[in-house]
Ligand binder design. Structure first.
Ligand SMILES: Nc1ncnc2c1ncn2[C@@H]1O[C@H](COP(=O)(O)OP(=O)(O)OP(=O)(O)O)[C@@H](O)[C@H]1O
Ligand SMILES: O=C(O)[C@H](O)CO
Length: 375
């Protein structure tokens, strides 16, 4: 029997790798001869670099980069063992927490550092780059990132715009003739943390500008500047990113990556699943065990459990979720491919007790679940 274990972390109790170890122990108790494939998962947020490195080998690479307000910052990204693929988390060099020590600068904050990490990965040979975005300090449409990769953003007089979202209001043309061949040859995929469009009342500036310190007036300015940016992308024959779901992620960085680098936005968990080789691991599987801290109706929205269940369903493999808490409605998850979900609770306990005892409790419920499927 082959069992694939592909869980998210349990927030506050176990990393995805620890969940895999606990579940594997339970699987072996129920089916000592089972072949267990552990594929720790993530949804593009916390833990994504680690799960990529555990699946693909390789190292975290530390780079001297630029933070959102132009200061030096050391940031890490993951490069696969074969050097061909990389995962870059935008929050590493362009995250809001990096600038908590200075007054907010929503108009000028930029994604430059993330572009520097990507440039480093491409220089080292990566041609498949997963960019996990969200948690940004900026609303620059990814202009800083793109500039670090060789794109020039010019005003009507042909002068280069300064960093930041506000300056995009003066954008007259985009020159990508300086983008190196190896960047053009790279496949970019974007894992977005939200599905907001680039502009408008649900757009990057309106919804996420305030948390970056933008006043209502600044939100309106940034929204108009992003519209100028999107118009300029469309004017040069690029896609229309104004209303594209997800384009507003990370202050419009997704819009920039889609518009100028041909990136494809997608739910984080599905992209991570591909990056860590889950589809291949599912070949010949008899059962998939997934899970997260709490499985509920929200787990259907592009989270790890729903992505794993959908991949399992496509291959006709039953999929069981194990979680600290399981709360309905679960119809959507079942429709996506989740066969059943079980809580690790073994009786009335406090949350603290459940978290502290998570590993043995998980092994016990995994053992019981596998008994239903063993052959
Ligand atoms: N071992 C456990 N037993 C019971 N409950 C747990 C356990 N581990 C985590 N939880 C609960 O599940 C909640 C959600 O954890 P989960 O791993 O699903 O995080 P998440 O997906 O980041 O959450 P969110 O849905 O807020 O994004 C945690 O806040 C915690 O209360
Ligand atoms: O970075 C941001 O703007 C938010 O996390 C939404 O992507």
């Amino acid at each position: 029997m082959k069992v694939v274990v592909a869980p998210d972390s349990f927030k506050g109790s176990l990393s995805a790798a620890q969940v895999c170890a606990a579940v594997a122990a339970g699987v072996r108790r129920a089916a000592p001869d089972a072949q267990v494939a552990a594929v720790p998962m993530a949804d593009g947020g916390e833990g994504t670099l680690d799960c990529f490195l555990s699946a693909r080998g390789g190292d975290a690479v530390e780079v001297a980069a630029t933070d959102p307000v132009g200061r030096p910052v050391k940031a890490r990204y993951a490069l696969s063992g074969d050097g061909r693929s990389a995962v870059v988390e935008l929050a590493a060099a362009s995250g809001l927490p990096l600038v908590e020590d200075v007054p907010p600068d929503p108009m000028n904050a930029a994604t430059t550092g993330t572009g520097e990490l990507i440039a480093d990965a491409v220089r080292r040979g990566a041609r498949d780059v997963l960019v996990c975005i969200g948690g940004s300090a900026s609303t620059d449409g990814g202009a800083g990132l793109l500039r670090a990769l060789g794109v020039r953003f010019l005003d009507a007089a042909g002068g280069e715009l300064p960093p930041g979202g506000a300056a995009l209001a003066r954008l007259a043309s985009i020159d990508d003739s300086g983008v190196p061949e190896e960047v053009r040859a790279t496949r970019f995929r974007v894992a977005c943390d939200v599905t907001n469009p680039l502009v408008g009342p649900d757009g990057a500036a309106a919804v996420f500008g305030p948390q970056k310190g933008a006043s209502p007036g600044q939100v309106a300015e940034l929204d108009a500047a992003l519209a100028v940016f999107a118009d300029a992308v469309a004017a040069r024959g690029g896609p229309r990113v104004h209303d594209l779901p997800g384009a507003g992620a990370a202050g419009g960085t997704c819009g920039g990556l889609v518009g100028l680098l041909g990136a494809a936005p997608s739910g984080g968990a599905l992209l991570v699943a591909e990056a860590v080789g889950l589809p291949a691991a599912l070949d010949g599987a008899d059962l998939v065990v997934t899970g997260e801290g709490r499985v509920d109706g929200q787990s259907a929205g592009g989270k790890v459990v729903s992505a794993v269940a959908a991949l399992a369903r496509d291959r006709g493999v039953p999929c069981v979720a194990l979680a600290g808490g399981v709360a309905g409605p679960l119809e959507e998850l079942h429709a996506l491919g989740l066969t059943a979900a079980f809580s690790l609770a073994d009786g009335p306990r406090t949350l603290e007790e459940l978290k502290a005892g998570a590993a043995p409790l998980l092994a016990a419920v995994a053992e019981q679940a596998v008994r239903l499927f063993r052959r």
